[in-house]
Design a protein around this ligand. Structure first.
Ligand SMILES: C[S@@+](CC[C@H](N)C(=O)[O-])C[C@H]1O[C@@H](n2cnc3c(N)ncnc32)[C@H](O)[C@@H]1O
Ligand SMILES: [Zn+2]
Length: 406
């Protein structure tokens, strides 16, 4: 990218060489200065085109995810769920997340941890660059080792790993303060969506399923894993807000030491059942071998989280806050949030209109039109944030077929 060339919300500043061949306020060799929303960051040069072969990781494609996560933290604070939270950015890399959390929200101290020795000087520079030296520190350590040694509790623990957060869950839960929040990212979608089924079973103790709604199943498997890992510590981890976007799943949990409630949450773990013949789907405690609708053999995924993936009412607060923050991605974020808001209260497991209309009728209606049709017929229905052709409804498959044929 050329001098001063800007991508909305992320500006790369490559400073001009001075007459002596040096540069005014030049970043370290191999690094460039960028601006991502509120944060001024030193990142490896060329991260925009290739984030994966650099000494320190910075992925500009995760900007929306970081913005939506910062927005979520803002909403939790506004809702009184957190007050000046002490933040742990557990897998920090350049510190992009933790720095944005601290600059865009009223937080307490921020601790950044990364095992990569090359990340630590970058983290220190980025802390100073963003005037956070008074309340932030960078620690070079393996996150599990850091968490095991730590007697400190954090009100907001961020796990943003390469791939799966499962390797850190046990220790992370121990370090979340009472009523604190655990934030996890998972980018191991090949496992969670069923391409690498055996690995998913090993890492999540759940069977995934390849189907049009596999991303919803993936999010529910991730949530189940966190709920179960927390229950081991008598902690009730209740999902507050979660979403799928791009190549990542993100989920936030409020964590409270309440053994009975933790047991109660385990009661919301079940199986997803799909009949590939008639498209019936549903949540069952024990998956039946045969479809209750047509008698054909069913497929299943799970165990997985069958409850709400976002607390009712919270998405509306995020929508409100998004309007106030002028993020580069605010329009896209608004769309995701509106869809999540519409999903509230609707049963799990969405239908994909493309797939249904291909098999059950000749034409593919617009999602909004079909949602209206379902509502006019007296059913609850809404679009989903997982797919533009996804519909959530309480209408049975027979009614869907009838309405599609109309
Ligand atoms: C996906 S990157 C984090 C990206 C960052 N949160 C952001 O938003 O830009 C994962 C980071 O975890 C670090 N990491 C991997 N394994 C670790 C471990 N066991 N302990 C601490 N850090 C680790 C890597 O060095 C890498 O910087
Ligand atoms: Zn069937």
């Amino acid at each position: 990218m050329g001098i001063g060339k800007m991508v909305k919300g992320m500006k790369t500043i490559v400073r001009k060489k001075t007459a002596k061949g040096g540069s005014a306020k030049a970043p370290a060799p191999g690094f460039s200065s960028i601006v991502e929303e509120s944060a001024h960051l030193l990142v490896p040069a060329g991260s925009e085109s290739d984030a994966f072969h650099k000494d320190v990781f910075y992925n500009p494609a995760m900007r929306l995810n970081r913005s939506l996560s910062s927005l979520a933290l803002g909403a939790f604070i506004r809702e009184g769920l957190l007050e000046k939270p002490a933040v742990l950015d557990g897998l920090a890399a350049t510190g992009a997340r933790g720095i944005r959390y601290a600059l865009e929200n009223e937080t307490g101290k921020v601790v950044f941890v990364d095992a990569n020795p090359a990340a630590i000087p970058v983290l220190k520079k980025n802390i100073a660059k963003n005037k956070l030296a008074g309340k932030a520190k960078a620690v070079g350590d393996d996150l599990n080792a850091f968490l095991c040694k730590s007697w400190e509790k954090f009100d907001f623990v961020e796990l943003d790993p390469f791939g799966s957060p499962v390797f850190f869950l046990n220790n992370a839960i121990r370090c979340v303060s009472q009523k604190g929040i655990l934030s996890v990212t998972a980018t191991d979608l090949a496992k969670l969506c069923g391409k690498e089924q055996a690995t998913c079973i090993r890492h999540y103790s759940s069977k995934p399923m390849r189907c049009p709604f596999s991303h919803e199943l993936a999010l529910r498997i991730l949530i189940k894993k966190v709920v179960e890992a927390a229950a081991v510590h008598d902690v009730a981890a209740v999902p507050l807000f979660s979403f799928y976007h791009g190549h990542a799943l993100k989920a936030f949990f409020t964590c409270e030491r309440r053994p009975q409630e933790a047991s109660g949450l385990l009661g919301q773990i079940a199986f997803a059942v799909l009949c590939r013949k008639c498209f019936h789907r549903g949540i069952e405690k024990f998956p039946p071998g045969k479809c209750p609708n047509c008698g054909a053999k069913t497929d299943c995924a799970g165990p997985l989280w069958a409850g709400e993936t976002t607390r009712v009412g919270l998405s509306a607060k995020l929508i409100e806050l998004n309007r106030k923050r002028n993020y580069a991605d605010s329009k896209a974020i608004g769309k995701i949030l509106e869809a999540i808001n519409g999903e509230n209260g609707l049963p799990p497991l969405f239908y994909d209109l493309h797939e249904l209309s291909e098999k059950l009728s000749n034409h593919s209606p617009k999602t909004s039109e079909f949602v209206k049709k379902l509502r006019d017929a007296g059913f609850e229905a809404g679009a989903t944030h997982y797919s533009p052709t996804g519909v959530k409804t309480n209408a049975p498959i027979g009614e869907m077929e009838r309405l599609l044929a109309k």
